[in-house]
Each structure stands twice: as C-alpha cells, then as structure tokens.
Design a protein around this ligand. Structure first.
Ligand code: ZN
Length: 134
C-alpha cells in the first residue's frame, strides 16, 4: 500500500478553497491499481484511469470510494487516512513522554476521531472529517 496526500487550492481567487488529493495505490486481483480521491470545492475520485466519479452528499459514492479503498488495501479510507496522519504528523504523549505512543481511536463530534494514549488515556491527536459534518 502506498499513500500520498497533496494539499492545494481551487476555486475563485477571492474565495479560495483548500483541497486534499489522496493517492492510494494497492493491489487488486494481481494488478496494481491507484485510487485518487480529491476533496475540495469539487469532490471526486477515480480508479486508475476511470473518469471522475463525483461524490454526492447522500454518502453513497463516498461509501463506494471507501469500499474500493478496502479492496485495494484491506483498510477503509478512514483507516488509511489515520495511518497516514500518524506517520506524517506523528503523535506525542506529553504525559508519558512517549513518541509515538500506543493509541486507541475514539469517536468525538460527528466526523471527529480522537486518538488517545493507551497508557494514560490522554488525547494525543484528533482528526476532523468535514465531509461527515456537511
Ligand atoms: Zn500517555
């Protein structure tokens, strides 16, 4: 599994919109396949060279994207993102002085995932998935 994430900006200059583009490469039926997922003003995903599939707000296409991700990597998109974030930003428990600490994830507000140290239960990081709120 290979994951990259690039941030960018799109939309009109007077009202720019931050974007995230995820590229997740995995293997399916012996072939290497790349899933690209773009979040921004426009939200879509592609599988290899497929045409863009627009993500709509009923959650159906987002579920489909996550299912594709699971077929390629054995993990849902949220899990893949969690692993990536942990690697990218790292987590540090100030109480235990552990880096990286063992963490468990908990659900917070809608779309929010909180990572807590397993030793002292203090939160060490959190992640907000805006798509779950909108
Ligand atoms: Zn701790």
């Amino acid at each position: 599994m290979e994951v990259t994430m690039k941030t960018g900006v799109e939309g009109p200059k007077h009202d720019p919109y931050g974007t995230e583009t995820w590229t997740i490469t995995g293997e399916y039926k012996g072939a290497e396949i790349t899933l690209t997922y773009h979040q921004g003003l426009d939200e879509w995903f592609t599988i290899d060279t497929s045409s863009k599939v627009r993500v709509n707000y009923d959650g159906g296409t987002l579920k489909l994207m996550s299912e594709c991700c699971e077929k390629l990597t054995g993990k849902t998109f949220d899990e893949v993102r969690g692993i990536w974030e942990e690697k990218e930003y790292g987590m540090f428990c100030e109480t235990c002085n552990d880096f990286p600490p063992d963490v468990t994830s908990h659900k917070g507000y809608p779309g929010e995932t909180i990572y807590c140290c397993t030793k002292c239960s203090n939160p060490v990081n959190s992640f907000q998935d805006m798509s779950a709120v909108i």
